[in-house]
Design a binder for this molecule. Structure first.
Ligand SMILES: Nc1nc2c(c(=O)[nH]1)N[C@H]1C(S)=C(S)[C@@H](COP(=O)(O)O)O[C@H]1N2
Ligand SMILES: [Mo]
Length: 321
């Protein structure tokens, strides 16, 4: 199928200048390389192979988080992705992520905790009851989706390891698999991909440790075998394919803060009143629903998740972008 892209947004508008320049260099090199190998060019929208059959992962619907929005199609959710370890084009993760090894897989939960522990993924899957939770997701690039995730609150895992009194922040570290991830050869960001939350944000019931979507285990391009999902923040906070979760005392510097500090702050709450330095965040395009002539949707404060507002009482959310 074709990979759809918001037709009125150029990649050069939605990617930091530095990244865009390195992406162009990468595509030129890649085009030369693939031409020599007789493969399809990277610039095109290759039809992706038939989706692999993924094991079912049923979750119990949690009515507390029900929303009226119509879920985005499985096809769109699994073929229009940001997962820079596999390439910077939206179709690259679906094209390349099949190579990711997701077993054996362990997740180390470490740092300021009383019971540090390395969990095997299959034990982690069963640590708490899996729930079905459909969340609105908003990318900082100006598009959104509605995704029926399967997972359980991150708080269940954090309570298991017991944060110490010094634990103030939680850092998330994605896998860096050199041999399966072509993107790691390019210094788009300082690999591995890392993200972070304040401890109270991480403990909020909306923060979901996520293992599946649409009732099946996560496709690799969506962050198998487990990722974090933080629906009131821009999508880049929701780090994929986690190998470590580290509790720390000081605010960690995330990979995007390091790559483009003036564009991506630690908080990254969805906030229509704080434009990205190079474009507005007031509206969004819902992938798969909005045609070329459909009006864009108004972006909602906290992506519509008002229940998190109390976490930021008294904070200047323009200074803490
Ligand atoms: N490890 C890692 N995690 C990542 C990214 C990435 O490039 N690498 N991209 C982020 C961005 S910008 C978005 S919008 C979401 C996209 O998640 P999805 O492809 O499942 O919709 O993943 C986030 N998590
Ligand atoms: Mo994003």
């Amino acid at each position: 199928m074709l990979i759809r892209k918001p037709s009125d947004v150029l990649p050069s508008e939605i990617t930091p200048e530095r990244v865009w320049r390195s992406r162009r260099a990468w595509m030129l090199r890649a085009a030369a390389g693939t031409a020599a190998l007789g493969m399809a060019g990277w610039g095109g929208r290759a039809a992706h192979a038939a989706a692999p059959a993924l094991a079912p992962l049923p979750g119990t619907p949690n009515g507390q988080f029900a929303i009226m929005d119509k879920p985005t199609s499985y096809d769109d959710i699994t073929s229009y992705n940001n997962y820079y370890e596999f390439g910077v084009d939206k179709g690259d993760p679906a094209r390349h992520a099949a190579a990711l090894r997701t077993r054996p897989w362990t997740v180390s939960v470490e740092g300021e905790v009383q019971k540090p522990r390395t969990f095997d993924i299959d034990a982690l899957l069963k640590l708490a009851p899996q729930e079905d939770r459909t969340y609105r997701m908003r990318c900082v690039e100006g598009w959104s989706m509605v995704i029926p995730w399967v997972g359980y609150p991150l708080a269940a895992l954090l309570n298991e390891v017991q944060p110490t009194a010094n634990a103030k922040f939680v850092q998330f570290i994605s896998v860096a698999q050199r041999d399966t991830m072509p993107g790691l050869r390019y210094p788009v960001i300082d690999w591995p991909y890392t993200e972070g939350l304040r401890l109270d944000e991480a403990m909020h019931p909306l923060a979901l440790l996520t293992f599946g979507l649409y009732g099946k285990i996560l496709p690799n391009q969506n962050g198998a075998p487990l990722r974090i999902v933080v629906p009131w923040k821009y999508g880049f906070k929701s780090a994929k394919s986690l190998v470590a979760i580290r509790l720390v005392e000081k605010m960690p510097v995330s990979a995007w803060m390091k790559a483009a500090p003036s564009e991506y702050g630690f908080y990254a709450n969805v906030n229509p009143n704080v434009p990205h330095p190079r474009w507005s965040q007031a509206t969004e395009r819902r992938i798969g629903e909005d045609g070329l002539f459909s009006p864009k949707r108004k972006t909602l404060m906290f992506n519509g998740y008002d229940q998190v507002a109390s976490l930021y009482a008294g904070m200047d959310l323009k200074a803490n972008y």
